[in-house]
Design a protein around this ligand. Sequence first.
Ligand code: NAD
Length: 336
Amino acid sequence: MSLNQKNILVTGGAGFIGCHLVKHLVNKYPNYTIVNFDKLTYAGDLANVAEIELSSNYRFVKGDICDYDFVLETFRRYEITDVMHLAAESHVDRSISNPFEFIQTNVMGTACLLQAASISWGEGYSREDHMFYHVSTDEVYGSLGAEGLFHETTAYDPRSPYSASKASSDHLVRAYFHTYKLPVVISNCSNNYGPNQYPEKLIPVVIKQIIDMRPIPVYGKGENIRDWLFVQDHVEAIDLIFHKGQVGETYNVGGHNEWQNIELVHKMCAILDKKLERKQGESASLISYVTDRKGHDLRYAIDSTKLQAELGWKPSMQFDEKLEMTIDWYLNYFNA
Ligand code: NAD
């Protein structure tokens, strides 16, 4: 296979971030074949990738990353050269009520993919031949106080079953690098926002509740802080790290865009009052404080200096514009 040809297995390509990544790769790299491997859980929807389903360099395989034999067969059938691994159970609240499903998918599923890659690729390959890219979260680092940032060297301190399962998968990826010399790279990213996110996460939930004039649930006092990154910025970071990142390295990806949950909700209320032609303050009157999430991490904030300095990535920094674009997408999606 020539250098500019690859058969990339993208897991979770029917989900939120995965669908943007798959569309980006299919359109930008006609020489690559993109194999979207997804179980289509409640969070996956082929409508998210409908616009590229007929592209000649796109394939879809319905499958479970925990089904090792089928994963291995898929590697052989499509002569997979590279993996971009995004499939996961991803919602923290669900991990609190059903941790085993998270451990199964996020830990065992990652182990199956690593083993299949290691068996299929053997040893002695170069970085150009193969790459196993693991997409992870900043939540593996735990929780910050009012000051400070997560660096690539920050010790892991996961606090929820979700973040613990992602931390376990990160460790497995590094173990395959050290033990079997599998060429791997990991990125840990902050909260993404944008179109196509399943409406259980904060931004789409708030939009839906406002449209329906129903209470907007805000955990605790709404003081928890998250760093928000537009999903396309994340996709571009993945593209860059996949092609230029150093094997065995970790890169933090973040938006330098911290907001308290309550500030973000107020911002969205103001935008939606205008768009839905409601009285100023009408949407904010729906805010309803609810019992805090168990073990709710106070603050996440990422230092992405390494990615910016070494690979030249930059987040787009147009939060108001991108948030409004996102809200417009959901207004259309919810037929409002
Ligand atoms: P998502 O929940 O929207 O999508 C997950 C996808 O994985 C779905 O299409 C689902 O069908 C698929 N999937 C789940 N279990 C599977 C299995 N056993 N086999 C095959 N496919 C399966 O998730 P997302 O928000 O797009 O997140 C993608 C990745 O990025 C995850 O690994 C997540 O941990 C990571 N991440 C997400 C964020 C964020 O803000 N959303 C931030 C940092 C990192």
